[in-house]
Ligand binder design. Structure first.
Ligand code: ACO
Length: 436
């Protein structure tokens, strides 16, 4: 087990309040020399709280899982660079790394893979759930509620000390099955059961694209592409959905409930839902603006209808997103291999070129993020647009699990409960309705 190390304060900072009172606050330093002022005792010592809408500067926890430097464009899982993992690892190994803190030995790897294979089926009764959803259901709605329902099928998960590793294996394996079943349901095809002879990503592709009446052979190129895509999405420290998982889990909620909440947080278009929004934006440019991305960018700059260039900008990356760099290259390679010419790729490239030279985007430090090119690859792989965010959820799963586990194992964890600055009415006297 690798828990977040308690950070020891070696220095302090002084805060001078309007009253003239000086408060001393400990300064903690992370392994990559990140400095933080620890404000745990601030309110007790001074009566003040801090205000940081959107948590732009607020560290919610110490964590030993992922290191991210937004200025330098660095992303590392447990110390390994994202570039190296995307090239040399696969999704199952990277999941093990994130959750357990080290690369698996051959024996650990074999055991982990066997467990994932063994737990790929969902409870047969859960199949009925799929029949209850209307055909137009967004698969993220189906995925989140199915994951929450798993706690009903594995009630021992309500005791967070019971069989944690088993629940982790179950969720990691079954979410893949649920995602594929949700897709099959949405297109009215019979579900395909998992095939134990296939590796994790190949099995997913089989459940997505095989049909009972035909032979389906998983292309190694597609399998590799899915592995890489999932690795690139596997963790991103304290983003919106991961913070949600930790926040929900901090109340004592079980793994399934916490991950279901994370899936819902991911769905929004400013977060994981951006990959779907990018394709919809590119399609709009192609179908309604004669493929002229420049005109769309002008609208974005003028904030017409509050439009944003989807797939651009990031709260943390202010130089480049290393995942976007890998994905852009991968996009060219996958499309070339499959012999696909996608007009949306040309539009995306031209819009990127225009935006990167434009003062609006330069001054606001807006660069392509992980979602700008991922959707074009998913399209080439045959994955429909409304499944893109589901793919993101599948990739982010080991990260959410690792953070949930780290939070549960950390003796310093407290229930997440921010404060606020109240701006409403002062005390008023109740007026009976007939006198109003
Ligand atoms: N297009 C145009 N303008 C933008 C964009 C964009 N994509 N992103 C930010 N801006 C502008 C804002 O309008 C704002 O301008 P202002 O100062 O004139 O008001 C300024 O840049 C700062 O934007 P904020 O929203 O305050 O930045 P924040 O760090 O809160 O938001 C976010 C980051 C949500 C990712 C934002 O850049 C965005 O909406 N991008 C588009 C959606 C997207 O691609 N999301 C995926 C992010 S990656 C991920 O979650 C997996």
């Amino acid at each position: 087990m690798v828990a977040a190390m308690a950070v020891e304060a070696k220095q302090s900072a002084k805060l001078l309040l309007p009253s003239g009172k000086e408060v001393s606050l400990p300064v903690v330093v992370g392994t990559e020399d990140e400095h933080a002022v620890d404000i745990k005792s601030l309110r007790a010592d001074s009566g003040y709280i801090t205000l940081d809408s959107g948590f732009m500067n607020t560290g919610s926890t110490a964590s030993a899982i992922t290191y991210l430097d937004g200025e330098q464009g660095i992303l590392r899982y447990r110390g390994y660079s994202i570039e190296e993992l995307a090239e040399k690892s696969d999704f199952v190994e990277t999941s093990f790394l994130l959750i357990n803190g080290h690369l698996p030995s051959q024996e650990e790897r074999k055991k982990f893979s066997t467990m994932l294979t063994r737990h790929s089926l969902i409870h047969e009764d859960m199949h009925h759930f799929f029949l209850g959803y209307p055909p137009t259901s967004h698969p993220m709605a189906v995925l989140s509620s199915m994951v929450a329902s798993m706690s009903a099928y594995y009630p021992d998960s309500l005791d967070r000390n019971s069989a944690v590793d088993m629940h982790i294996t179950r969720i990691l394996s079954k979410v893949r099955t649920i995602a594929a079943f949700a897709y099959k349901k949405s297109i009215g095809q019979p579900i395909m059961y998992p095939k134990n002879s296939l590796r994790y990503c190949a099995n997913f592709l089989h459940m997505m694209f095989a049909v009972p009446s035909e032979e389906y052979e998983v292309s190694p190129v597609l399998e590799k592409a899915v592995n890489q895509l999932l690795i690139l999405h596997a963790d991103h420290e304290q983003n919106c959905s991961t913070s949600t998982v930790r926040m929900v889990g901090s109340s004592g909620a079980n793994l399934y409930a916490s991950i279901a909440a994370g899936i819902l947080a991911l769905w929004g278009p400013l977060h994981g839902g951006a990959n779907q929004a990018v394709i919809e934006m590119l399609e709009d440019v192609k179908n309604n603006r004669g493929g002229d991305g420049k005109k769309f960018i002008d609208d974005v700059k003028n904030k017409r209808d509050n439009q944003r260039l989807m797939g651009f900008g990031h709260r943390v990356y202010k130089n480049f997103d290393p995942r976007a760099k890998i994905l852009k290259k991968m996009c060219d390679e996958v499309l070339e291999h499959l012999g696909i010419k996608d007009p949306l790729l040309d539009i995306a490239k031209s819009m990127e070129e225009v935006a990167l030279k434009d003062d609006y985007f330069i001054s606001k430090k807006l660069y392509p993020n992980v979602d700008f090119y991922s959707g074009i690859i998913y399209r080439a792989l045959g994955i429909p647009t409304n499944m893109f965010t589901v793919m993101f959820a599948l990739g982010r799963l080991p990260g959410w699990i690792a953070h949930w586990k780290e939070m549960v194992d950390d003796p310093q964890t407290k229930i997440g409960r921010p404060r606020q600055v109240y701006t409403g009415e002062k005390l008023r006297t109740y007026v009976p309705i007939e006198q109003r």
